[in-house]
Design a protein around this ligand. Structure first.
Ligand SMILES: C[S@@+](CC[C@H](N)C(=O)[O-])C[C@H]1O[C@@H](n2cnc3c(N)ncnc32)[C@H](O)[C@@H]1O
Length: 619
């Protein structure tokens, strides 16, 4: 099945795009070269090696610097009059429908309808020179939401590949994201319903007198969802010609989109306009936050979307944009149809309700308190605002994996602090460390001493017990008899855990395997007298040990949710490496799954090592 987009037009042409950009006054630095992404061997295999250059050009572009480019240089400047948005499209306004509320998601759907309208106008559209350059294959651009969907597949083989790919996404961050999208009405059902409601609203054109199939709308939606940017209060999301040619890097982007968003929401003017309300100084309230010089500038300049070099690029290297901070592969796959394996973002995430907590209220307030206290115990200070200055000058995506967590310099630790992107997140970070938020949640679930019978370490329903303990900061008596607040109790326990882990690590470096075995079999109090660091472990409080066991269960349960959890990493690698060249979706999904399993395995091995020594203590 295919779309009815440009059925009789030539393949995407770079020359036509460049001519169109020039004619609409788009500035691009002369040292930027638009190159095809389709030249990879993998792609050639996919279409049996029988492709010409023009066909490859339909598979997407990237931008290369043809000289060294320094910080601050202007890469491109796109007048906002060139943007394709709901406001600029010639599609007549949609009738208001009570069943479709107006939010960012419906804006994307609406914009997709506008784009389809302009596709249907073919050469009569003012954006033809731009739209003809956009990728046409695969239909739906290979976004997982369409994997296995008959209308979006070129062949039975592709359908099977998509269906299998979806299985491999089970239990992964991408799989969870797809489920969430569906739950929140942003899945395939919602897209199909939208098109069913509004397709009759697309006017017939001379090239397309008949309605377009659903696949055309879904393809237009994929283009919008993978290349539209949030611009300003007037356009909201829009397609921005040329700016959308830059690929994404999560770790070392060279540039980002710059747009003044404080335009008039009625007419889009950046300069003072008749819709503005003036303050006592005769200045529009909308522009009153600007200094005199900046105000004069916005009153006189052409309003544009700009991109500047923010990290130097070396001659011959690709220029990477940032589609957003802290983007992990799960999200990249679901929203943009690719993975970068840069291991950025928050790692693996658990939902609040999976942990038996409720969003908002006491829980989040107390997490704020916990985060603050954790920071101050770890020495405050570094809020992670420091500039990443490790640029080695080659502009390469060197995988330097910035630490995304406040005050956590110990990569080997068992625990990490709160995520900078979302302080309430319950996650296992990219370094295999459990967040203090998860630790706190499980710590609170431990039944107070005296009711040990219900704290079996294997009872899975322990996650989910809602004690509402966060509601109180009242001091209480802990396992060891001391009286402390909940937050102090949690952090003392976390510190106790980390200290014991550090001793274990130090001991592992110094001891032979025999020593370790001996230690495992020795009563902890007896070990205090030995001279090696290994032989001087702390005596853990029972609650800390119980939490450690629950963390182990949490990690194991997550692993079991994945497709074929019985396979080892080695077996998975062999399976993946033996896939047919055309099994693109399966390869992507398996790679994501293998990487997430690797993270779980590395975290599990740390907790196993710790429990091997401390888990045998009598609780
Ligand atoms: C805004 S466009 C970027 C330009 C695009 N390559 C093109 O052909 O015009 C976003 C799409 O580019 C591709 N892309 C972006 N960054 C990528 C990366 N790091 N690796 C592979 N593909 C990438 C994905 O297909 C994504 O949906």
């Amino acid at each position: 099945m295919s779309t009815d987009i440009y059925p009789n037009r030539p393949p995407p042409s770079k020359a036509l795009l460049q001519e169109w950009l020039r004619s609409y006054g788009v500035f691009t630095d002369s040292s930027l070269e638009i190159c095809s992404m389709g030249g990879e061997v993998e792609d050639e295999h996919e279409i049996n090696g029988s492709v010409g250059e023009s066909e490859l050009e339909g598979r997407g572009w990237r931008v290369i610097a043809k000289r060294d480019m320094e910080e601050g240089e202007l890469l491109c400047s796109i007048p906002k009059t060139v943007l394709l948005s709901i406001k600029s499209s010639s599609l007549p306004a949609l009738p208001s429908s009570s069943s479709h509320k107006h939010d960012q998601h419906t804006s994307l759907l609406h914009l997709a309808l506008c784009v389809l309208h302009d596709f249907r106008l073919e050469t009569e559209s003012r954006w033809y020179g731009y739209l003809q350059s956009l990728p046409r294959h695969p239909v739906g651009l290979g976004l997982p939401i369409f994997w296995g969907m008959e209308e979006m597949c070129d062949s039975l083989g592709q359908k099977r590949d998509g269906e299998q790919g979806l299985r491999w996404l089970e239990g992964t961050e991408a799989g969870r994201d797809l489920e969430r999208k569906d739950r929140e009405g942003m899945g395939l059902t919602a897209l199909t319903a939208f098109y069913k409601t509004f397709s009759s609203h697309l006017p017939p054109t001379s090239s397309h007198p008949d309605p377009s199939p659903l696949s055309s709308f879904l393809h237009a939606y994929s283009l919008v969802s993978t290349r539209a940017f949030l611009i300003d209060l007037y356009h909201t999301v829009a397609l921005t010609p040329f700016s959308d040619l830059f690929n994404h890097s999560s770790t070392t982007p060279n540039t980002s989109l710059l747009s003044d968003d404080f335009v008039c929401h009625v007419c889009g003017s950046l300069a003072t306009c008749p819709h503005d309300v003036m303050n006592n100084d005769g200045v529009s309230w909308r522009l009153s936050h600007l200094g005199d010089w900046e105000r004069r500038k916005v009153e006189n300049e052409v309003d544009s979307v700009d991109m500047r070099v923010e990290r130097r690029v070396a001659d011959g290297h690709e220029i990477w944009n940032s589609y957003g901070e802290g983007m992990g592969d799960g999200r990249l796959l679901v929203e943009w149809g690719f993975i970068s394996e840069e291991f950025a973002g928050d790692g693996l995430v658990w939902d609040v309700d999976e942990m038996g907590r409720r969003e908002g209220g006491d829980w989040e307030e107390e997490l704020d308190g916990l985060g603050k206290e954790w920071k101050s115990r770890k020495g405050g200070g570094n809020d992670g605002d420091e500039v990443d200055d490790d640029d080695d000058g080659d502009g390469d995506k060197d995988n330097d994996n910035d630490n995304d967590y406040d005050n956590d310099n110990d990569n080997e630790a068992l625990l990490c602090g709160q995520s900078k992107s979302e302080s309430h997140l319950l996650n296992l970070d990219q370094l295999g460390r459990i967040s203090i938020n998860i630790y706190a949640s499980l710590w609170l679930d431990q039944t107070p001493k005296g009711d040990e019978s219900s704290t079996s370490s294997t009872a899975t329903n322990e996650i989910g017990s809602q004690h509402n303990l966060y509601a109180s900061l009242t001091p209480e008596q802990d396992d060891d008899g001391t009286v402390k607040t909940k937050i102090d109790g949690i952090l003392d326990s976390a510190e106790e855990l980390e200290e014991s882990w550090q001793r274990l690590q130090a001991a592992s470096l110094l001891c032979t395997t025999d020593d370790k075995v001996e230690m495992k079999n020795t009563d902890s109090s007896a070990r205090q007298t030995d001279s090696l660091p290994l032989a001087s472990p702390l005596t853990m409080t029972g609650k800390t040990v119980r939490v450690a066991r629950r963390i182990r269960e949490l990690l194991t349960a997550r692993m079991k949710k994945m497709y074929r959890p019985d396979l080892s990493q080695e077996e998975l690698f062999i399976l993946r490496d033996n896939l047919n060249p055309g099994d693109r979706y399966r390869r992507l999904a398996m790679t994501l799954s293998i990487n997430e399993r690797g993270l779980l395995i590395s975290a599990l091995s740390k907790w196993d090592e710790w429990l091997d020594v401390y888990g045998t203590q009598r609780l």
